[in-house]
Design a protein around this ligand. Structure first.
Ligand code: BG6
Length: 484
């Protein structure tokens, strides 16, 4: 089944931090793939901008290498790569000075979509935004894309919002959370609001609890300096897990449009109860003879930063009152596995004999790997010998069900960059949403600091600290097993 590709309008896309790690790994290979699929028109232009002196030829060599490294060999077509590289140019700019801005102004076309990707640290957002305006580079319809982390806490996020608002209106600002670009995350909305089957049961009356897991096997080596100041709470929970929670818990928006969706997500964040200390578990991975510990990876002498968090949340609203949401995320865990699990309640009365093996229905939505979903249903065990019940999965792995084409869907960054060019903000965070997420996160982090909380150790490649298992055990529940 071939997917439909609708080309976007011609554009000039400037990538500040165009020679940085994110550009090299995600943005540039992603643009190549969209070009290859015919979504980027031939007259679109991509302009790398960074501090280092580099010619356009050198930048094209750099991009060629990044495409060869990060696009699978069989998808790298020399006949496509050449025209793609031809659409690239480079300009050296000093984000804090005057150098290069005139050159950049000279490159921009006034009659195409203008987009500026700030793939730089947040301290440069303000200076770049200001120079784009003072040099008359960005027009009134220009779009800017800003990366996470969007601030370090509520105050810094407010400051960033205020700084950007001096130069750009909210409808020009695209705050990226790449989890929103993941195919299955969008599928969650299709599943909930495109079917009649689930939504009537999607509430406290029928749902026992919900689990959201984002488990990684990687450690923090190579980015310890950033990570040690953030920890899992700021790096993952405030943004990615919060977005998954919002999409799972929100009310149906009246339509799939940016403000309708973001209004509903904001209401979820605002309805979150403060989290009790007993409902929070922090962990930090230990090492062994073969595997570095968190402290070694972070190149710290001592650190109380968490590489794992688990928590139990309550949403105080009509739909979810009494249904706990359990969240966990961590590095160096047993498996790379991200999923949302909706565990339904058991039938109110069993007509079968005791202990038939019947359990509750469970819907699990897998974000990665093997995107898909499965629904656990109870059936009669085939054969004679009475009425014994067993649970079987109704499994749908999207790649199997929809064919190979689906294995070639755009990755999160590709999808989101194309949405920027199309001017669609639905999958980007609004300023008030980011602030609300920090307003909920800050007291948790402050509580840890006030209580001088120390993270529990856990073995590398385990399921996380024992205490995280207990968080559910004490409620008579269990986490889904971590497995790929
Ligand atoms: C990033 C975090 O935002 O998301 C990383 O900073 C994390 O620490 C990454 O590893 C996870 O993204 P993905 O797409 O690999 O699940």
């Amino acid at each position: 089944m071939a997917s439909r590709v609708i080309p976007v309008d011609p554009f000039d896309l400037v990538i500040f931090g165009g020679t940085g790690d994110l550009a090299r790994r995600k943005i540039l290979p992603g643009l190549y793939r969209r070009f290859k699929h015919g979504q980027i028109p031939p007259d679109a232009r991509i302009i790398g901008a960074a501090r280092s002196d580099m010619t356009t030829k050198e930048f094209r060599d750099f991009v060629e290498q990044s495409v060869r490294e990060f696009v699978p060999k069989q998808k790298c077509d020399p006949k496509i790569l050449t025209p793609f590289l031809d659409s690239l140019s480079y300009v050296a700019v000093d984000a804090l000075g005057d150098q290069g801005w005139g050159d950049l102004a000279g490159l921009m076309r006034p009659d195409v979509v203008q987009a500026f990707y700030f793939s730089v640290g947040p301290s440069l957002f303000g200076p770049i935004a200001e120079r784009l305006k003072s040099n008359a580079i960005a027009g009134d319809e220009a779009r800017i894309v800003v990366e996470k982390p969007f601030g370090h806490d509520l105050d810094s996020a407010r400051d960033l919002n205020a700084t950007l608002a001096q130069h750009f209106t909210e409808h020009q600002i695209y705050r990226i959370d790449h989890y929103l670009g993941k195919e299955t995350v969008q599928n969650l909305m299709a599943l909930r609001f495109g079917n009649m089957l689930f939504e009537p049961l999607w509430n406290a009356q029928y749902v026992d609890h919900i689990q959201i897991t984002v488990a990684e096997t990687v450690g923090v080596a190579g980015r310890g300096a950033y990570y040690d100041r953030s920890g899992a709470m700021r790096d993952m929970v405030q943004n990615h897990l919060m977005q998954l929670l919002c999409l799972t818990a929100m009310e149906p928006p009246s339509k799939f449009d940016p403000d309708a969706v973001r209004d509903e997500k904001l209401k979820v964040i605002r309805a979150l109860d403060p989290v009790e200390p007993d409902d929070l578990v922090r962990g930090q991975y230990r090492g062994n003879d073969d595997i570095a510990s968190y402290i070694q990876d972070a190149e710290a002498t001592d650190s109380q930063t968490e590489s794992f968090v688990a928590m139990k949340l309550h949403i105080s609203n009509w739909r979810w009152n009494g249904t706990p949401f359990y969240l966990r995320t961590g590095k160096r865990l047993r498996a790379r596995m991200s999923e949302i699990v909706v565990r339904f309640k058991e039938p109110p009365h069993s007509i079968f004999e005791e202990d038939t093996g019947q359990t509750a229905n469970e819907l699990s939505i897998r974000l990665q790997p093997n995107e898909g979903m499965d629904l656990k249903v109870t059936i009669k065990e085939p054969g004679p010998g009475g009425m014994r019940l067993i649970d079987v999965p109704l499994d749908m792995t999207f790649a199997e069900a929809l064919g190979e084409e689906v294995a070639d869907v755009p990755d999160a960054y590709e999808r989101l960059i194309m949405d920027v060019i199309r001017g669609n903000q639905t999958l980007f965070m609004r300023g008030d949403e980011v602030e609300a997420a920090w307003a909920w996160t800050d007291p948790i982090i402050e509580g840890w600091q006030d209580r001088r909380d120390t993270p529990h150790g856990y073995d590398a490649f385990s399921s996380g600290p024992e205490e995280a298992l207990m968080l559910l055990h004490k409620d008579g529940r269990r986490w889904r097993e971590l497995r790929e």
